[in-house]
Write a protein that binds this ligand. Structure first.
Ligand SMILES: [Zn+2]
Ligand SMILES: [Zn+2]
Length: 345
C-alpha cells in the first residue's frame, strides 16, 4: 500500500492552501527522499497563497508548495552514492539542466531550463520531499535548524550582498523584508563601514536594527540625505542592494550612489520601472541582476553562521505545520520576519 503523509497543498486555482494527505514521494534514480524537520515561509509562498497574477501564471494545482527547509535523508534512489540515510541536509531549490551553456560554466543560477521546487514541482511543505542528489546540501550538525530552514533566502541575500567588495564600504539596502535584513547582517559581518536600510514598515525596520544596521530609515517620513550626513557619508553610497522592487526606492538609490557605485538588484517589481538612464551613464554605475544563488553560497552561509553571523533576530514566529494558516496570516500582516513551521512532531 502507498505510504501517505501530510502536506500543505494548493488544491485548486484561487486563494488559500489546504493541509492534505498525499502519497510519500518515491525517489527515482539519482534522487533522494528527505524527511523534513523545519520549513520557512518565503514571499513566493505568500504569492502562491494569495493567488496573485504571478502565482496564477506559474502554479499548476494541485501541488505541494514550499522550498525553504532542513531535514534528514530518509531514502536513496538507485545510483545515489556518497551520502547516507540520517544525514542532515537542505536542498538547492533550483533544479537545473546540466546541459546549457550556463550550467556548463558553473553558473547554474542562470540555467535557462530551471525547474523550481515548490513552484514547478512538489515542494517541501510536507513530511517528505524528493530532490535530485545534485541539489542536496549537507548541513553541519553545529548549525541551528531554525536558521538552516531559511538558508534558501539567506542564499539570495548572500549572492546579492557578496557580489561586490564590502570591506570599508557604505551600503544602502532598499527594502527591509527578511532578505534585506539578512543582507544587512551579511554586509556588517563582511566588513562594511555603514549599512543603511530603508522601508516604509516600522516593524521591519525594527528587526533590521536588531540585526545591527547603522541606520534604519522610514523614507515615508525621514530624509535619507540627512541620515547620510549623520553617518559621515561624503560622496554617496558605494554599494546598493535593491530588495524592494519599488521604482521610488530604486530611483532614490540611483540618485544617492557615488560615481562608480555598484548596485545589485533582487527585488522583483509588479510593474516596469522608469529610470533616468543619463544618471546611470553619467555616474558610471554598475547594475547586476540577481537570481537565485550560486552553489558555493551554501558553503559561505554555513561558514558565516559558524563564524558568528547571528540571523536569529529575523525569526519572528514559530508554528507547528498544522497551524500554517497563522503563519501565512503573520506573513500577510507585514509585521513579521521569517516564519518557521515545525514538522518534527
Ligand atoms: Zn524562498
Ligand atoms: Zn542549464
Amino acid at each position: 500500500m502507498e505510504k501517505m503523509m501530510d502536506a500543505i497543498v494548493k488544491p485548486v486555482a484561487g486563494v488559500g492552501l489546504e493541509l492534505r494527505r498525499v502519497p510519500v514521494p518515491v525517489p527515482g534514480p539519482g534522487e533522494v527522499l528527505i524527511k523534513v524537520h523545519k520549513t520557512a515561509i518565503c514571499g513566493t509562498d505568500v504569492h502562491i497563497y494569495n493567488w496573485d497574477p504571478w502565482a496564477a501564471e506559474h502554479i499548476k494545482p494541485p501541488m505541494t508548495i514550499g522550498h525553504e527547509y532542513v531535514g534528514e535523508i530518509a531514502a536513496l534512489g538507485d545510483g545515489v552514492k556518497g551520502v547516507e540515510i540520517g544525514q542532515r541536509v537542505s536542498g538547492e531549490g533550483h533544479i537545473t539542466c546540466h546541459h546549457c551553456r550556463n550550467c556548463h560554466s558553473g553558473n547554474i543560477q542562470w540555467c535557462k531550463n530551471t525547474v523550481s521546487v515548490g513552484v514547478d514541482r512538489d515542494g517541501a511543505f510536507a513530511e517528505y520531499v524528493c530532490i535530485p542528489e545534485t541539489n542536496l546540501i549537507l548541513i553541519d550538525e553545529s548549525l541551528p535548524e531554525d536558521v538552516v530552514a531559511f538558508f534558501d533566502a539567506f542564499g539570495n541575500a548572500t549572492h546579492t550582498a557578496l557580489m561586490w567588495n564590502l570591506v570599508g564600504e557604505d551600503v544602502l539596502i532598499t527594502g527591509a523584508g527578511p532578505i534585506g535584513i539578512i543582507a544587512a547582517g551579511i554586509c556588517k559581518y563582511a566588513g562594511a563601514r555603514r549599512v543603511v536600510i530603508t522601508d516604509l514598515n516600522d516593524y521591519r525596520l525594527g528587526l533590521a536594527r536588531k540585526m545591527g544596521v547603522d541606520a534604519a530609515v522610514n523614507t515615508g517620513r525621514e530624509e535619507l540625505q540627512a541620515v547620510m550626513k549623520e553617518q559621515g557619508l561624503v560622496e554617496g553610497f558605494d554599494v546598493g542592494l535593491e530588495m524592494s522592487g519599488s521604482g521610488v526606492a530604486f530611483r532614490q538609490m540611483v540618485g544617492l550612489m557615488r560615481n562608480g557605485g555598484k548596485i545589485s538588484l533582487l527585488g522583483l517589481g509588479n510593474k516596469p520601472i522608469e529610470l533616468d538612464m543619463n544618471q546611470i551613464i553619467g555616474k558610471g554605475l554598475t547594475l547586476q541582476g540577481i537570481y537565485g544563488r550560486r552553489m558555493d553560497n551554501w558553503h559561505q552561509m554555513s561558514y558565516m553562521v559558524q563564524g558568528g553571523l547571528d540571523l536569529t533576530p529575523v525569526i519572528t514566529h514559530r508554528f507547528h505545520y498544522t497551524e500554517f494558516e497563522e503563519g501565512f496570516a503573520a506573513m500577510n500582516s507585514g509585521n513579521s520576519g521569517k516564519v518557521i513551521l515545525d514538522w518534527t512532531k
